[in-house]
Every structure is written in structure tokens, then in C-alpha cells.
Design a protein around this ligand. Sequence first.
Ligand SMILES: NCc1[nH]cc(CCC(=O)O)c1CC(=O)O
Length: 309
Amino acid sequence: MQTKPFRIGTRGSPLALAQASETRARLMVAHGLPEEMFEIVVLSTKGDRITDRALSEIGGKGLFTEELEDQLLSGDLDFAVHSSKDMPTKLPEGLFLSAFLPREDVRDAVVGRTAPTLKELPHGATVGSSSLRRQALIRRIRPDINVITFRGLVDTRLRKLADGEVDATLLAFAGLKRLGKPEIPTELLDPSDFPPAPAQGAICIESRIGDTRVNDLLDAINDRDTFDAVSCERAFLGALDGSCRTPIAGLATVEGDAIRFAGMILTPDGSRWHDVEIEGSRTEAAVLGARAGGTVRSAAGSDFFDSWN
Ligand SMILES: NCc1[nH]cc(CCC(=O)O)c1CC(=O)O
């Protein structure tokens, strides 16, 4: 019987801490263990330290995970809790995504100051978002809107909004709910015309391949539906090799034994896009996602990607 606490790695942002606490709470219930059996270890990552530039400019994915992964590999941590959306499609050798918690609401939320909805914002309004996908999707619907890069913690963004720097901002509804702010959105965007990022709203746990003591512990809180849906979405992203400069959206939903996936790639100005819908058995979740990626890639042609890379 193990008596040393499990060491849970996380970033220190309020959202990351909420996600680590939720994971610990689920493990305590699933295994009837006391809180002292889980030590939450907070690490600062490059992504946390560099806040004045868009992530795609400073190297994109991996910026929020590197420090945590180094400590997983060295054995200083037993597992790490992440927003799946922030995870690179390729993980360091020896690590894997061992479990997913039940997914939160996948939708993007508008927080509007001068109007509640994207459609009602004044002509030429300014919207803050540093996500290439949100920027492109906003421009697709409202080419007149001026989208500006807007990074930082949720509270920082909401303060900038209140200060009048922008007319509106977009955030993941999942994050707002986890931070105890479900009342903040003025509009929730329908995934059929404003599709979320692959893996949005899903918390994942990363651990060492072959560490059966830890992986058996985590298996008890794994949500199969979320696991399959996010595997499909990440395979779509992987097939497009997410050069971080391409706006990519994708959402899979599981119904019984079936999985349905809808994905989209766009030009950053939102003037052109390609979408795909695919359905199949959930046992093939990753294969379907990769196939959907191949479909939009060939439909778009290489000049679609070359036009801004
Ligand atoms: N890149 C930041 C990030 N990573 C995960 C979330 C939200 C929570 C989630 O999607 O699980 C956010 C903030 C946002 O997009 O508003």
C-alpha cells in the first residue's frame, strides 16, 4: 500500500489550479483516498511567462507543457493535468494522455460590452482574441470587425474589456464555468457556424507509459466518450500538422457506438475555408479524424497553406 502522496503537476493560472483540484477531487472519490494523498505541484511555463505576444509567434504549442513534461520524465511528478486544447499533437517519447475528465461545454462565449452578440456589434467594432481560429471565424462572419491580439489570464482580458480597450472578447465557455463565472457570457456561439478548437473543454491527464501504478489510478476517472471524441479531434489536427499558423476547428460527438466529426480550416482573414463531416465507429475515432484531415488538406490544395506561411 502506497503512503507517499501522488505528485500532480499543473501550471499556476487560476484555470489550471481549478482543473488540478477537480482532478484530485475525482480521484479522492473514485478511490476513497484522503486529500493528503495528492500533492499539487505548481510549475511556471514559458507560456505563462511570455504574455505580450501571440502564442503562434513565440512557438505555439508546447510552451505550456515542456516544464511539466521534463518533470514527468525525471520522475519528479507522477502525472500532469492540462487543458487538452493546449497539448501538442506529438508528445515526448515515454509520455501519453492516459485519461480525460468528462468534457465541459465546448462552445465559445462572447463577452460583449457595446452589444451582446457578434451580429449586433457596431460596424468596425474591435474584438480582442489571440486565437487564430477565433480571429478567422469572426472575420468569416463579420469582415468589418477589427480583431486585435489579446492575451493573458481570463481576469486580465475581462479587465481590458471593462476598461474599454475592445467592444467584445471571446473565451471558452468551459474555462469561465470552471472559474465559477458561468454568468459572464453575453452570447454562446453555435458550434455549427462557430466550431470550437479541437479538444476545447476537455481536461486531460498526462503520465508515463508503463507506469501501471499511476495509470491504473487514473483509469478509474477516465471518461470514454471524451477520450474517443478528443482522440478523433487531435488526429484531425495531427493530420494537418497544426503548424500553429493555420486556423483549425473541429468537434467530434459520440452517440452510442458511433462518432460524428465536423472540422474546418480557414485562411486567417476568414475569406476562404474548407470543411468536412465524417461519421463512423468510435473504435476508429483516431483513424476518422486523420482521414478528415487528409480530406480538407487535399480539398484545400497546397496554395491554401502557402498563401500565408
Ligand atoms: N489557450 C488557453 C486556454 N486553454 C484552455 C482554455 C479554456 C478551457 C478549455 O477549453 O478546456 C483556454 C482559455 C480560452 O480559450 O478561453
